[in-house]
Write a protein of this length. Structure first.
Length: 311
């Protein structure tokens, strides 16, 4: 990729267009590096021809794709943030709700509640279907994303309130509690302390028949059960626990396994795997997954083939 590290010295537009074709061909085998190179290329092309809107749109799309890929893989949140922030800066003063939406989730994962609140609010305020606004179609939230933004915004406020309660609780235990004027506030804080001390249940468990929230001890207990198969997708490293034995799952295989589990009520076509997960050879990926499951002690038919429909 050394050839594609810098394009600032190239003024020949035909040469840049030839490189563009090369990079899109390379994207099939090395998508991350190709997209980064394309981002640099389109910036150069846009500088030479600022009137061509396709370069701006391509840059915006690449910022979104690069940031989203990193966020989904939980690979590098700092780098993912930089792509969304650069996109917002590039489009100022036009709002980019989808970039704020992605940033909201990153800050939420990092437990930066105030930043999450700020970005979710900006994502929501920039998406009002009843108003005509300057937001471009690609930058808007769809109904599902708008719903998720509201849910995560509420949860971020809740987590931020817990932090404030803990600080107030520390004061409550100190000398400040001896002041008579603080008594009414003590009573209010007692209610919030009760809320704060409720057992956190951060793990969502779906066993096929129902979904429920679990605390850490409950989740660990399920993972250790005999004859239990648990896909632990809660951290940067993914594991498949089979009868209490953890097996580390690679990122690409984890993406495939997660997608199949989420859509287990129906067959998943090969075309879906290509489009949604960018898997060029679904049959090869499915075979690798089956081999992995066998190595874990499971039957290869755990991932079944429905002839003419999918997996």
């Amino acid at each position: 990729m050394v050839r594609y590290e810098n394009f600032d010295h190239i003024d020949d537009f035909a040469e840049l267009e030839a490189i563009e074709t090369e990079l899109w061909d390379l994207e099939e085998t090395n998508p991350d590096e190709a997209k980064k190179a394309l981002l640099r290329l389109y910036k150069r092309m846009w500088k030479l021809r600022p009137g061509e809107i396709r370069f701006e749109r391509s840059i915006a799309q690449l910022y979104l794709e690069l940031g989203y890929d990193l966020k989904e893989r939980q690979a590098n949140y700092r780098e993912a943030r930089s792509y969304f922030e650069e996109l917002i800066k590039m489009k100022e003063p036009v709002p980019v709700p989808i970039a704020h939406y992605r940033l909201g989730f990153i800050h939420y994962y990092e437990k930066r509640w105030m930043e999450a609140i700020k970005h979710f609010n900006r994502a929501i305020s920039g998406k009002d279907p009843r108003k005509a606004d300057p937001v471009e179609a690609w930058a808007r939230l769809d109904e599902s994303q708008l719903f998720k933004a509201h849910v995560r915004l509420a949860m971020a406020y809740k987590q931020r309130m817990k932090e404030v309660v803990r600080k107030a609780r520390a004061l409550y235990a100190g000398a400040v509690e001896r002041e008579e004027t603080n008594r009414p506030f003590h009573q209010e804080l007692d209610l919030e302390i009760g809320f704060e001390e409720e057992e956190d249940k951060p793990y969502a468990c779906d066993d096929g028949s129902q979904s429920k929230l679990l605390n850490g001890a409950e989740f660990d207990r399920i993972k250790r059960q005999e004859n239990a198969v648990v896909f632990d997708d809660t951290g940067p490293a993914k594991y498949l626990h089979v009868s209490g034995v953890p097996h580390k799952v690679g990122q690409r295989m984890a993406d495939l396994l997660r997608f199949l589990l989420k859509n287990r009520s129906r067959p998943v076509a090969s075309s879906e795997l290509r489009n949604c997960l960018r898997i060029d050879q679904p049959e090869v990926s499915i075979k690798r997954l089956r081999d992995f499951l066998q190595d874990c002690g499971l039957d290869s038919t755990t991932v079944a083939t429905v002839r003419g429909q999918g997996y």
